[in-house]
Design a protein around this ligand. Sequence first.
Ligand code: FAD
Length: 475
Amino acid sequence: MVVGDIATGTEVLVIGAGPGGYVAAIRAAQNGLDTTLVEKDAYGGTCLNYGCIPSKALITGADLAHEAGNAEEMGIHADPVVDMSQLRDWKNGVVDQLTGGVEKLCKANGVNLVEGTARFKDENAVRIAHGGEGQGSETIEFEHCIIATGSRVIQIPGFDFGDEPVWSSRDALEADTVPERLVVVGGGYIGMELSTTFAKLGADVTVVEMLDDILPGYESDVARVVRKRAEDLGIDMHFGEGASGWRDEDDGIMVTTETEDGEENEYRADKVLVAVGRSPVTDTMDIESAGLEADDRGFLSVDECRRTDVEHIYAVGDVVEDTPMLAHVASKEGIVAAEHIAGEPVAFDSQAVPAAVFTDPEIGTVGMTEADAEEAGFTPVVGQMPFRASGRALTTNHADGFVRVVADEESGFVLGAQIVGPEASELIAELAFAIEMGATLEDVASTIHTHPTLAEAVMEAAENALGQAIHTLNR
Ligand SMILES: Cc1cc2nc3c(=O)[nH]c(=O)nc-3n(C[C@H](O)[C@H](O)[C@H](O)COP(=O)(O)OP(=O)(O)OC[C@H]3O[C@@H](n4cnc5c(N)ncnc54)[C@H](O)[C@@H]3O)c2cc1C
C-alpha cells in the first residue's frame, strides 16, 4: 500500500459505470450484496454521454428540421433554421437528466459510488487513483469484481483526434456548427447514422468505405434501402477506398484515400469524421496483476455467466469478445454477472439479441437471417411485407423498406427477423419477444394488431410466410 492509501473492502466491485457496470451494480445491490461502483469519468458511460443517447437526440433534431423543410407535398411550406448550439444544449440537457438519474438510482439502491480510476493490484484488490492533483488514492479489496470498462474509438494512421479538423463520433456529437463539407471515414452504423444526421442538417457529406457496401454485417437488400435513401439525401458514397491522410488547403482540408490497387482520390472537406470502430478498454488496468489476459485485440473471454478465467472476476459489455458492442447487451450481461454472483442459476443466452441502426430508414434485426437458418440446419420459411402496402406507413409518408420474418418450416418457430423501415428499432421488439417466448408464425399471425399501425406489417409478414397474407401477394 502506498503512503496515504486507505483500504476498504466490498463484496462486489464494479469497474465502469456504463450500461454494463451501473446495471450490474444496481442488480448486485438489489440482491443484498455490498456493492461498490468505480467510475473515472461520467455516470452512464459511453452510451449516455457520448454514444446512444446524444446521437439519438441529434438525430431527432435533424429529422424534425428535415421533415418540416421537406413536406411541400403535404402542403406544408417551411424553411427551418437550425441553431446548432441550442440543439446541442437541448441534447446535453437530455444527457444530464439521464446521467443524474443513474447516480440517484445507484445511491437509492445502496450502491457505494467511488470516483477514480481503478487498476488491479492483485486478484483481490484494486487501487483507485482519484482524479486531480492531491486527490489521493485508496485500495479496495473485493470478493467479486465485474469489469465493465467499455471501449474507445479506434484511431487510424494519418488521422489524429487531437487535430481540430479530425472528428471522432464524440466530437461530432459536440459540434456547435454544421460543417459545410464533411467527409465520413467508415460506412458502419455509427458512420451512417452521423452521415445522415449531418446531411439533414445541411452539410455536404461524402462517405468513404473500404468495403464494397455500407453497413457490413447487414444483408444487402436491407443495406440497399438505407443506401438509396442516403443517395437521395445527397450523400456521396465511395467504396473500396481507405482513407490515408489529410492536409490543410486554403479553403478547408483535403482528405486523401487509396484503393487496393493504389489509386489515390481526394475529397475537399471542412471536417473529417473517423468512424471505423471501437476497441475494448482493457489495457489501462493492469489486468495481468489479477491473472487475466486479453486476446490480441484486447477482448476478455468469458463463460455463459460472464466469468473470466479468474472465477471471481467477471467481464461485461464492450470488453467481452464475441458479443456485439451494444448497450442492451452490456446491461443484460451486467444483470447475468450480478445474479450469478448472488447465487442465481443464470446464463447469457444470445439467441435473440436485437440490434438497431438509427439511419433513415431505421434497421432492426434479431436472431437468424435466412442464410443463418440454412447454415444451422433448418429449412427456413420466409415471409415479407413491404411498408408501401402498409396504410400506416403511407400516412407517415415513410413507406420505404419491409418487414421480413424467418421461421423453421417444420415447427413454425420464429427464428429471426430483419426490418428496414419506419420505427424498425421499435418494431423489432415484438419479434425478439416472439423468439424469446418460442412463438410460432401462427402465434404472431393470429395476434390481433391495432389498426392502423406499423406493427400490422409484422403480423402480415408472418401471414405471408404462412401463405395467408391479405395485403401483399403471397409467395
Ligand atoms: C456514437 C455512438 C452511438 C452508439 N449508439 C448505440 C445505440 O444506438 N444502441 C446501442 O445499443 N449501442 C450504441 N452504442 C454503443 C454503446 O454506447 C456501447 O455498446 C455501450 O456504451 C457499452 O457499455 P459498457 O458498459 O460496456 O461501456 P461504456 O459505456 O463504454 O462504459 C465504460 C465506463 O467505464 C469507465 N472506465 C473505463 N476504465 C475505467 C477504470 N480503469 N476505472 C474506472 N472507470 C473506468 C469509463 O469512463 C466508462 O464510463 C453507440 C456508441 C457510440 C460511440
